[in-house]
Design a binder for this molecule. Structure first.
Ligand code: NAG
Ligand code: NAG
Ligand code: NAG
Ligand code: NAG
Ligand code: NAG
Ligand code: NAG
Ligand code: NAG
Ligand code: NAG
Ligand code: NAG
Ligand code: NAG
Length: 639
């Protein structure tokens, strides 16, 4: 009973927490899929297994003796021994701003003590190289990014010998009026609050689960307050990060913050959060107020960057954004300089600050309709190719096997133009979702076990130029509209139950057409050859062997004997003597074995009747014996 109550309480707690964390996705990568979601005790965040979001990878766990410094979600990890690119697919809100965090704690999970290095991609674009060398406590990558579709792909790409892995994925939906930048995403550089402390601040202190690290230089002077600081502006920095601030020490009038960049050309976006922690009393007189007002301005890399001077609000946050375009030699500095208008005793202060580098993601993702369609096709046919992950067309070196795409330019979404699923053991029907691949030119479904009919929609796919349906178990007739398509090449042989043309009927009828379909095709070709031969014979009878040596050896079975074309030539002495002209062919005189006289009838190329009738006549002759007819034993036909 007690247990049950505890369990119920647990469920309730989870629901409560999940509701509070709307817009959060917290995945404990590598957590076995049968483990239920859990509440991480330090943060209260509800983490769940990543198994539903990725088709590949193996669960691992960091070494026991290294566990102590990490929270539970970072103890398990997922590593990827197979494939070059392995991708998570996450449901997100299109065109909304997210903070995306990926956590990597190696923890010698494989016992090799060899810190891996690999690439991280967001959809088709490289986000960052993850190099864990020397990162004994792991590493975190964070970006503020707006997904362009409602499906976000985060891919780990193998770059060398080491295996990619990941410990946790954390997505946080942000307000769309914060961190607003044009055409770039914001890669985390640092997020600090200024206090002498060793406490990291994150959720639930920060409603968006941003992680704030304490930072303080010995030459600075710290001020703090025990009063409540109103943190309600659109950024909502956590109150805990605002109740302390750094001011210059040693009677200085400017506060200098410096940092370095690997790439000096990177553009930096700064978000600086201020709150006055030493408010002047309400009823202080005007003159004193002016004296005590803290007013300062920004100097970035030695230049005044922010025209207006800044006056922090009393116990309430204000946030200033500024952009730094170039840091000489990678050395960046921000100075807060006391304004001339603030001659009093108050020096500048800063409570918290975030810095990001701007990162461009130039490649457009594959057309989202194409992506949905190909994923439905993949799911329907249960295609489990290890390389069918992430964006189907990009990067081009990871183009899904069996696809081909059109690439206009980087800002145009690639389109799928070719789909080759031949020999994939596909079963079931031809999926209707293929028709949503509206730019498809080539469709190869040959050598599978597809059943059902040939769908009409194929005829309406305007871009299609080639369809190969050979060697399946398709049934019924091919839609006339499809056969009528002029510029479309259609292959369908090897489908025993498929009717080539016209309506198909009962199963017995089907059987007959199926046998005849290929035969008829063969014969059509054959008659064409025969026509050639005959035309030639009439012109230059002696050259026949040279003309068609292979055909000349073709033989057909007669119930009585097997006769080759060259034998016929011999028999009739190159069709020397015409003894009659029947319905659809000329009859020649000839000798069999140099003694027996025979009549040789050859299907006339000009005959309006075809092979079928000719064959019918032959069959009739075989059955009917009549005195006025040449004895069947002496009737030779060749067609
Ligand atoms: C790793 O974390 C431990 C405990 O927090 C800390 O003492 C140590 O300095 C950290 N190591 C590095 C390289 O950051
Ligand atoms: C944020 O985006 C949502 C959905 O697009 C929109 O309804 C809302 O008005 C936006 N808010 C702001 C502040 O832009
Ligand atoms: C905090 O500031 C906001 C906006 O200035 C205001 O609406 C709100 O009432 C303030 N909250 C408190 C507790 O004073
Ligand atoms: C700061 O200025 C005051 C008054 O001018 C002086 O007495 C004090 O020594 C100075 N402190 C430092 C650290 O320079
Ligand atoms: C950058 O700073 C480092 C030390 O912080 C210094 O050695 C270097 O000369 C500086 N580079 C430039 C271009 O200022
Ligand atoms: C294909 O397109 C049709 C009509 O536009 C739509 O109803 C259907 O949902 C689409 N299917 C997929 C998989 O996108
Ligand atoms: C993909 O299409 C391009 C352009 O149409 C063509 O040059 C290329 O050979 C095709 N690749 C494959 C694998 O079919
Ligand atoms: C990319 O191609 C599209 C369509 O042709 C065109 O409208 C667009 O201007 C091109 N963009 C660039 C950057 O070339
Ligand atoms: C169509 O598929 C069959 C079976 O895979 C194959 O033998 C044939 O060559 C294909 N036709 C074309 C034109 O690729
Ligand atoms: C099937 O075909 C035969 C002859 O080809 C025709 O007489 C018959 O009406 C057809 N049956 C159906 C159901 O179409």
């Amino acid at each position: 009973m007690e247990d049950r109550h505890r369990y119920l309480f647990f469920i309730f707690a989870i629901i409560h927490y999940v509701q509070a964390q709307q817009g959060f996705i917290s995945l404990d990568c590598g957590l076995p899929s049968n483990e239920p979601p859990y509440i991480e005790p330090v943060t209260g965040l509800v983490f769940s297994s990543d198994a539903d979001h990725i088709p590949s990878g193996i669960s691992g766990r960091i070494q026991k003796n290294l566990e102590a410094v990490h929270i539970k979600p970072y103890l398990f990890l997922r590593y990827f021994p197979d494939g070059l690119r392995n991708c998570y697919t996450l449901d997100v809100l299109q065109n909304r701003r997210y903070m995306i965090k990926a956590v990597f704690v190696y923890g010698n999970y494989d016992g090799y003590n060899d810190y891996p290095s690999f690439d991280l991609y967001l959809g088709p674009n490289k986000w960052v190289r993850v190099d864990l060398e020397g990162k004994v406590n792991g590493s975190v990558e964070e970006i503020i990014h707006i997904p362009s579709s409602n499906s976000l792909q985060i891919c780990l790409v193998k770059t060398g010998n080491s295996l990619p892995f990941i410990s946790a994925l954390e997505l946080r939906l942000l307000r769309n009026d914060t961190y607003v930048v044009q055409d770039v995403s914001l890669k985390h550089l640092f997020r600090r609050y200024y206090r002498q402390s060793d406490r990291l601040i994150r959720y639930p202190d920060d409603v968006y689960d941003r992680v704030w690290s304490p930072f303080f230089l010995p030459e600075w002077t710290q001020i703090t307050t025990s009063l409540d600081v109103n943190n309600s502006n659109n950024y909502e920095p956590p109150k805990a990060a605002l109740t302390s601030a750094a001011t210059p020490g040693d009677n200085g009038t400017r506060l200098t913050i410096i940092w370095t960049l690997d790439n000096p050309d990177e553009q930096i976006h700064l978000y600086v959060h201020f709150a006055e922690l030493e408010p002047v009393g309400e009823n202080t007189d005007e003159a004193l107020r002016t004296l005590f007002t803290r007013t300062f301005y920004f100097v970035v890399n030695g230049k005044i960057s922010y025209d207006e001077s800044i006056t922090p609000l009393d116990l309430a946050v204000s946030t200033v954004e500024t952009v730094v375009n170039k840091c000489d030699g990678g050395n960046c500095s921000l100075q807060l300089v006391r304004s001339e208008a603030s001659p009093g005793v108050r020096v500048p202060l800063v409570n918290a600050m975030e810095a990001f580098t701007a990162i461009k993601f130039p490649h457009s993702e594959t057309n989202p309709d194409d992506v949905i369609s190909i994923k439905v096709i993949q799911a329907t046919y249960e295609l489990s190719r290890v390389d069918w992950q992430g964006d189907p067309c990009l990067p081009q070196q990871f183009l899904w096997t069996g696809l081909n795409c059109s690439y206009m330019n980087m800002s145009t979404s690639p389109r799928i133009i070719s789909l080759d699923l031949s020999s994939h053991k596909l079963t079931g029907k031809i999926v209707p979702d293929i028709q949503n691949l509206t730019q498809l030119q080539k469709l190869d479904l040959s050598n599978n076990k597809l059943t059902g009919g040939v769908p009409e929609f194929l005829a309406n796919m305007k871009s299609l130029l080639f369809i190969n349906l050979s060697n399946n178990n398709l049934v019924g007739s091919i839609p006339q509209a499809l056969l009528d398509r002029k510029n479309l090449k259609l292959e369908f042989e090897g489908n025993p139950k498929l009717c080539a043309t016209g309506p198909c009927n009962s199963s017995s009828g089907n059987k007959e057409t199926t046998v005849i379909a290929p035969v008829a095709a063969a014969i059509a070709i054959f008659i064409a050859v025969l026509v050639l031969i005959i035309v030639f014979i009439k012109k230059r009878p002696s050259s026949i062997r040279a003309l068609h040596p292979s055909r000349a050896n073709l033989s057909l079975e007669n119930k009585k004997r097997r006769i080759t074309y060259s034998e016929i030539l011999l028999m009739t002495n190159n069709f020397e003597r015409v003894i009659g002209e029947g319905g659809f062919g000329v009859v020649y005189h000839g000798y069999l074995n140099d003694s027996e006289q025979v009549a040789v009838k050859v299907l006339s190329p000009s005959s309006s009747q075809g092979y079928k009738e000719f064959k019918a006549e032959v069959e009739l002759l075989l059955r009917v014996h009549h005195i006025n007819l040449v004895d069947m034993n002496n009737m030779v036909w060749w067609f």
